[in-house]
Structure formats: C-alpha cells, structure tokens
Design a protein around this ligand. Structure first.
Ligand SMILES: [Zn+2]
Length: 373
C-alpha cells in the first residue's frame, strides 16, 4: 500500500506468485490481529507500517465491498482521481502558481500569466506543434519563430517598449531569464528591473496582456496597434486597478478578532466515565500514535493508554484513539462512556451512517463495539 497502490500489486511486484488469489482474511489470526509471519517477509518495511495502521478485517464485520480510497466518500470521481494522481507529482510549479495567484491585477491577467508559464498560449510555434499551421514565424517581424518569449518579450517592437522602461544595466538579464523566472521576478521585485514605474507588478501584467491582445488584433482583425499606445493603455489599466484596490481596502469591514472560548473539561454524570482521546502522525516521520484517558464524575483519573499505530492519516490516528479507548473500556467493564475528541472529522464519521472509505475498517470495528451488549 505504498501511497495508493494495492497490496496485491506490491506482492506481484515482489514475484510472490503463490499468494495470488489468497484473500486478505487469510492473513488474520484467530484473535483478529494480522498474522505477520505469513507476509512480513514479502513486503518492504514502509508497506508493513501502513498495514499496521489498518485494523485487520473480521468476517463478522460483513462482506467485502468495492470502494475507492482516493476520495472521502466511497464513490469514484474524476476529481478524487486527479487529486490522487497529483499527490504523486512533484509540485515544482507551486511557487510560481502562488505568486501568480496573489497577483494584484485583473483576474483575466492572472489567468493569462498562468497560461504563459504553462506554455499554453496559442503562438504560431504552439499552433505548429499542434499541426494547425505550417508557418510558425512571427507575423510582425517575419524573422523568428513566434513562441511565448518572442511574442511577449523579444520581438523587436515589443523589446523596444521594454527597453524604454527597463534599467539599462538589467537589460541583458531581463531578456535572458526563463519565462517563469521573468514573471516571478517582475511580480515580486518591483524595483529590480525598473525604477520609475509605480506598482510595477500590476503594470507588468498589463503590458504582457496588451502585447498579447495587440498581436491577436493583428492576426484576426488586421489591426496594427502602435506599441507606444500599449504602454499608455497598460498604465491606464494599472491606475484603474490601483484605484479599485484602494476602494476595496477602504470598504473592508474591520472584523472583530476571533475570540476563542476557553475549552474546559467537564466531568461526566455519576455512573458514567469520560474518555478523552487523541491521535496524530508525527510531522516528519509520519509514524502515528494515539492515546487517551478515562476519568470519572469527580474528574479522577481511572485509566490511561497509548498505542503506536504505524503510518496513517490524522483522521485514522484519531479513530484509532477512539477504538483502542472503547476496547479498553469494554475490557474494564465500563458500559456508560462519553467520548471526547478534538477532531471534527472523527465526530462526523462516527455520526454518519454513510460508509465512507476513510477509516473504513476502523469504523466497522467501532460500529461493532457500539452495538455490542
Ligand atoms: Zn517578431
């Protein structure tokens, strides 16, 4: 169960063909615990740690059913599958995305900048790549292939506009950075390339946007924008955006700071015991454990427990806390128990009749305990 791979895949990878077709139930001993001796030699340590965090299935908990572990609910959805897929992809673009997301310019410029970074705008080079055209050259200068860099930065007429505002000692760097770096620096370091332009991040976005618009106007309508007007238009757009920002800030309601009510432990009624549980994975190692205490109506400590779980999610760790707590309550003869947990997710899962895949095996064990006489 490395991330989202099934145990059986791990087993097949390990060339252990003789366990093919053997049900998971056969890996459980008579006490309902994993029979580690049967399979621990076949699986790597990190997989065993994940299995340790799953409560072994019991036949009395019901028949097997098909589920989708990727989402919170058991139903498969494209969204959940996408999330699972993306969780395995290194998020190298996160920083760029965050910076563009925080861009103070118009939303459509924000989206455009993101498309630029993803190399997704329809330049002639891109159209050629998609076999929509055989001519990938720039329709303005006819000298170079029209790629993102050429359209937004280095086509002669565009470059002339940039050069009129960029510091002379920064020109080389301005034109040699990768497109993502170029966008990031311009959005985050307003004084780096220019010295006399107010709100450079907003103006930069507006310029890039208008260069693209002008080119589209030329290709589709034959309209030739004078580049000088692009600079003026961009400055106007910047001024509008700045005014909107100022207005937005002055209209913002000053909200009262969030008052946290002090959380106070209250004792249960006489004859009841209260169980407080908690569970969490370690932030770095991912190794989870849980623990809890039982107290009586006087607030006196009755019993405590702690358990190492294995590798699992926060919710699973919290559920383990409740399960181990209820099991020790049962074995100590407590029958009137109030459970307190600080996890809203756990409360929701315990209250819900919906068979969620999240913590499924733990929930089934918990339900069995709740209905035990
Ligand atoms: Zn050109």
């Amino acid at each position: 169960m490395n991330k989202n791979r099934l145990i059986i895949h791990q087993l097949l990878d390990s060339n252990v063909a003789h366990v093919q077709g053997v049900p998971v139930a056969s890996m459980v001993d008579l006490n309902g615990d994993w029979n580690w001796q049967l399979f621990q030699h076949m699986l790597p340590h990190h997989v065993l740690l994940r299995i340790a965090a799953i409560r072994a299935p019991l036949p009395l908990l019901g028949a097997d059913n098909v589920g989708w572990r990727g989402g919170i609910m058991d139903r498969f959805s494209v969204k959940a599958a996408y999330k699972v897929r993306m969780a395995d992809t290194p998020q190298v673009t996160d920083k760029v995305w965050e910076i563009i997301h925080k861009h103070r310019g118009l939303q459509r410029i924000r989206v455009f900048l993101w498309l630029v970074c993803r190399n997704k705008i329809m330049t002639n080079v891109e159209r050629g790549r998609r076999q929509l055209t055989t001519d990938t050259y720039c329709p303005v200068c006819n000298s170079y292939p029209e790629d993102v860099d050429h359209v937004l930065r280095s086509c002669a007429s565009t470059a002339a506009v940039w050069c009129s505002i960029i510091k002379s000692d920064k020109v080389n760097e301005f034109f040699s950075l990768s497109i993502s770096e170029w966008i990031v620096i311009n959005l985050t370091k307003p004084d780096y390339f220019v010295s006399h332009e107010a709100e450079w991040d907003i103006l930069f976005g507006a310029l890039v946007w208008y260069f693209w618009k002008a080119r589209n106007a030329l290709v589709f309508n034959g309209a030739v924008e004078v580049n000088r007007s692009i600079l003026e238009l961009s400055r106007q757009l910047r001024d509008v955006a700045v005014r909107a920002l100022v207005l937005q800030q002055s209209n913002q309601v000053v909200s009262t700071p969030l008052m946290r009510s002090p959380v106070e432990w209250t004792p249960p009624e006489q004859g009841w015991v209260k169980l407080n549980t908690d569970g969490a994975p370690h932030a770095i190692s991912g190794m989870a454990s849980c623990g809890g205490v039982f107290r009586d109506h006087m607030g006196e400590w009755i019993l405590g427990f702690s358990k190492f779980i294995g590798v699992c999610s926060v919710v699973d760790a919290e559920l383990w806390g409740v399960l181990v707590g209820l099991e020790s309550a049962w074995s100590h003869g407590f029958r009137k128990i109030i459970i307190e947990t600080d996890s809203l997710d756990v409360c929701r899962l315990l209250r819900s009749d919906n068979h969620s895949q999240q913590g499924l095996s733990l929930l089934m064990h918990l339900n069995r305990l709740r209905h035990q006489d």
